[in-house]
Design a protein around this ligand. Structure first.
Ligand code: AMP
Length: 265
């Protein structure tokens, strides 16, 4: 992996200030964690999943909450009429306009993409490219757990320093209610059917960059950037059927910051 092409983080923060970025990728591809990395640069994190879970928690008896919760529990998509106004309202806030934002989990349908692009000019779409075999495996076998406070995600491949406690904010780590095999497979199927097909549309509307989690064989890299399982470097089978090493949380942050530096500095 290349050495930082930027001198210090403040320079990168200035370069990305005000940028409007969307994250694109299947469930389990690391959208939440990449969002944390972008938030650390000063962008406002807007997550459709978090916004929906917050709306349901704040007012569980409202019609909107009951309606949304019933879709979410089954791993189905909440209807566009519910999610589009919630997200557009978030994005219209002053802080999103001034600082820029990172949009995570939206758009997930062509109609959502059209609603977004008709109102807002997006600077960059990032596609998180993770081998299919790792998506379900990483969540289930890796025992994914998320922080209740800041939603940072961990797993047996990316362990927290203290089990059960978030490294970043000290919040409690829990398993998400919808992280079981049936809902994950359903969420993946929905991604294939409804979300992935409009990737070419996104490419027409904004700059699309791919952020792969795997490494090329010849890539020379410090082991501290690699995913491990029980202390051993983990090799995944890629969609092309070859074995590859994968970047861990720190490695992906480096790769992301390198890409942003090349693009915006
Ligand atoms: P996430 O935290 O992004 O995995 O989202 C959790 C759940 O919220 C999904 O399984 C959907 O039920 C719902 N959801 C999140 N974002 C959207 C969206 N853009 N469109 C429809 N439903 C969504």
């Amino acid at each position: 992996m290349k050495k930082h092409p930027w001198k210090n983080l403040d320079k990168l923060k200035n370069a990305v200030r005000g940028k409007k970025i969307i994250l694109f990728g299947p469930p389990g591809s690391g959208k939440g964690n990449r969002s944390r990395d972008l938030e650390a640069l000063g962008l406002v994190h807007v997550s459709s999943g978090i916004a929906l879970r917050a709306a349901v928690k704040d007012d569980p008896e409202s019609d909107l909450s009951k309606n949304a919760a019933s879709y979410m529990e089954q791993g189905a998509l909440v209807p566009d009429e519910i999610i589009v106004p919630i997200i557009m309202e978030h994005l219209s806030q002053e802080k999103c306009q001034t600082n820029g934002f990172i949009l995570d989990g939206f758009p997930r349908t062509q109609a959502q993409a059209e609603a977004l692009f008709s109102k807002i000019k997006i600077d960059l779409a990032l596609y998180l490219d993770v081998p299919r075999k790792f998506l379900v495996f990483g969540i289930i076998e890796g025992n994914r757990r998320v922080c209740v406070e800041c939603a940072t995600g961990y797993s047996d491949f990316d362990l927290p320093h203290i089990e059960g406690v978030c490294d970043k904010c000290g919040g409690k780590l829990v398993t998400r209610a919808d992280d079981h095999i049936e809902t994950i497979e359903k969420r993946l199927k929905l991604y294939d059917e409804q979300t992935k097909p409009f990737l070419p549309y996104i490419k027409v509307k904004t700059a699309l960059e791919i952020l792969p989690i795997t490494l090329r064989d010849e890539e020379d890299i410090d082991e501290k950037y690699l995913k491990t399982l029980k202390g051993q470097v983990y090799w995944v089978e890629t969609d092309q059927g070859v074995k590859a090493r994968m970047l861990n949380l720190e490695g992906m942050r480096e790769r992301l910051y390198n890409l942003l530096a090349e693009k915006f500095l």
